[in-house]
Design a protein around this ligand. Structure first.
Ligand SMILES: Cc1ncc(COP(=O)(O)OP(=O)(O)O)c(N)n1
Ligand SMILES: Cc1ncsc1CCOP(=O)(O)O
Ligand SMILES: [Mg+2]
Length: 209
């Protein structure tokens, strides 16, 4: 599975980026719009939510568990400084998707116990898309976390994130993660639609192995 994280550059705004990712076949979009006021965020959420409905794609919000229902979204992604996953679960119930951020096996264990549906684990490498990055994991970091999960019988999808390029997909997927979250590699490609198609093709090839 591939999750597209919205961002902007000099060519595309948040909604256009999401539209291109969907046109390339992505079926999981996260609206990440740091520090946006509620009305700006909701305007983008309404537009992207509509695009996702048309494409039967999952639509989640970054950070804002309290806006999920009003936005008509399917869920939320929560980091260490956001609402705790357990509290979001009480607020939203079991029908919404809740993802959490991990950088270590301890984070994974905590999020699993708190009832997350999936874990965004990273960063794989340095990226300018997010400020104040946690320590870089690289492929070895994912291998360590996945092997600790096996030891402790923890089963939850791990989505790798952070500076991932299409050329990284075989190495990243070979670590045992379930999927990839990506932003810059799609938005900065000559053709975002074709790049998303490439991400999906390469990820599915590794999953089929
Ligand atoms: C899939 C996915 N994984 C990790 C993150 C990072 O979330 P967080 O730690 O809350 O940082 P911000 O994205 O809010 O800056 C994510 N958004 N998505
Ligand atoms: C939101 C987030 N969390 C860790 S890295 C990252 C940014 C992902 O975007 P990119 O694929 O451009 O590095
Ligand atoms: Mg966050």
């Amino acid at each position: 599975m591939i999750q597209f994280i919205t961002h902007t550059n000099d060519r595309y705004d948040y909604v256009e980026g999401a539209r291109l990712a969907l046109a390339g076949g992505c079926r999981w979009i996260q609206l990440r719009m740091k520090d946006a006021p509620k009305d700006t965020f909701m305007a983008a959420a309404t537009a992207i939510g509509q695009l996702c409905k048309t494409c039967h794609a999952t639509f989640i919000l970054d950070d804002h568990a309290e806006w999920v229902q009003e936005a008509g979204a399917d869920g939320v992604h929560l980091g260490k400084n956001d609402m705790p996953v357990s509290e979001a679960r009480k607020l939203l119930g079991s029908r919404y998707v809740i993802g959490g951020t991990a950088n270590t096996f301890d984070d994974v264990e905590r999020l699993y116990r708190d009832g997350a549906d999936y874990i965004g684990c990273g960063p794989f490498r340095f990226t300018t898309t997010k400020q104040k990055l946690s320590p870089i994991l690289g492929a070895d970091g994912y291998r360590r976390i996945v092997s600790q999960m096996k030891l402790h019988h923890i089963t939850i999808p791990i989505v790798a994130i952070g500076g991932i390029l299409s050329s990284d997909i075989p190495d990243v997927m070979a670590t045992g993660v379930s999927g990839i979250a990506v932003s810059g590699a799609i938005l900065n490609a000559d053709s975002p639609v074709e790049e998303m198609q490439r991400f999906i093709r390469l990820t599915e090839k590794e999953i089929a192995k």
